[in-house]
Design a protein around this ligand. Structure first.
Ligand code: NDP
Length: 309
């Protein structure tokens, strides 16, 4: 028998994100025929360097897609009441279709209170409790961006997700929990493991799909994976190297690709998809607001208002 190892193929997040951005541009063009320019408001409180980079990238990509962006930079000392006042103004502004509050917020501000103050139809991050509830019920309009991006990567990689066993490692509100809900909607059998799980590795070794969102560099290596598993690495960790620093995922890519059938690299995997789905959500939100139910149509569900992606 040959001892050569077949390596997993890369799931090219950059290329798939480019396709999603092309779809966004098509939606923007269709909206422009109705004289509508989607507008995204980004609120950044404080001067966290990573947040500044994320916001800059989001605004740049929005501009490229033909989406109008509005940037609100507030000092770290801003009081919660002032952030809530700004959100109320953006909610009331018919020319603002999407509101993103960059997290984390300074410690004196209650993130939940700020997110729940956003109009659910403008909540492009999909973090408002109404959108989270709708997601669990499968009646969603605005779904969290990173899990949406991961699902697109999986749909592009696997012919059929139905019946596959997916293990999600991590249970955050931003990634792990919504990811599990979306996989369940796609008819996977879903297990979620976290820091209290007993023998997470044994469960993971049974999985056809592994989605890792932990925030620990190189935690998952080949010994965690069933041969042929599809691996989605959400983690972004900056580590020290001899020549400086570099970004790595939660998965030990070199090891995992000797066992997996397909894997996302870091960078160039999930990261580009998150921004692409932020912009897709902006056009979905814009459409949903155009069709916002009037009192006489109040029986319509928000699901009926969503764009087909
Ligand atoms: P959180 O810190 O909010 O959640 C981490 C999760 O990992 C928790 O549920 C925690 O469990 C679990 N965990 C910690 N240690 C273990 C362990 N030893 N075994 C199993 N589970 C463990 O992180 P996020 O979900 O916000 O982010 C995760 C990673 O994804 C980060 O690297 C982040 O930078 C990255 N990220 C990347 C994005 C992208 O666009 N590519 C977007 C968002 C995040 P418990 O709940 O028990 O504490």
């Amino acid at each position: 028998m040959s001892s050569s190892t077949q390596l997993a193929r890369d799931i090219d997040g950059k290329a798939i994100a480019a396709q999603v951005l092309e779809e966004v541009r098509e939606h923007v063009a269709a909206l422009s025929l109705e004289h509508i320019v989607p507008a995204l408001a980004v609120v950044l409180v404080g001067d966290d360097p990573a947040s500044q980079v994320y916001v800059r990238n989001k605004l740049l990509r929005a501009k490229e897609a033909g989406i109008r962006s509005l940037e609100y930079r507030l000092p770290a000392t801003t009081q919660q009441t002032d952030v809530l006042k700004l959100i109320a103004e953006l909610n009331a502004d018919p020319l603002v279709n999407a509101i993103l509050v960059q997290l984390p917020l300074p410690a004196h501000i209650d993130e939940g209170a700020v997110i729940d103050a956003i109009d659910p139809l403008k909540d492009v991050d999909g973090f408002h409790r109404q959108n989270v509830g709708a997601l669990v019920q499968g009646a969603d309009v605005l779904k969290p961006c990173t899990p949406s991006g991961c699902m697109r990567l999986l749909h592009e990689t696997c012919a059929n997700l139905s019946g596959l066993h997916a293990v999600v490692i991590g249970r955050s509100n931003i990634v792990g929990k919504p990811m599990a809900a979306l996989l369940l909607q796609a008819h996977c059998s879903v297990s979620v493991v976290h820091s209290r799980s007993v023998d997470a590795k044994a469960l993971c070794r049974l999985a056809d799909i592994v989605v890792v969102a932990v925030g620990r560099p190189h935690m998952i290596d080949a010994s965690w994976l069933k041969p042929g598993a599809v691996v989605i690495d959400v983690g972004i960790n900056r580590i020290e190297t001899e020549s400086g620093t570099r970004l790595v995922g939660d998965v030990d890519y070199a090891s995992a690709r000797t066992v997996a059938s397909a894997i996302t690299p870091v960078p160039g995997g999930v990261g580009p998809m998150t921004i692409a789905y932020l912009l897709m959500n902006t056009v979905i939100a814009t459409r949903a607001q155009q069709a916002r139910p009037t009192p006489q149509h109040s029986h319509e569900t928000t699901e009926q208002l969503a764009l087909s992606e």
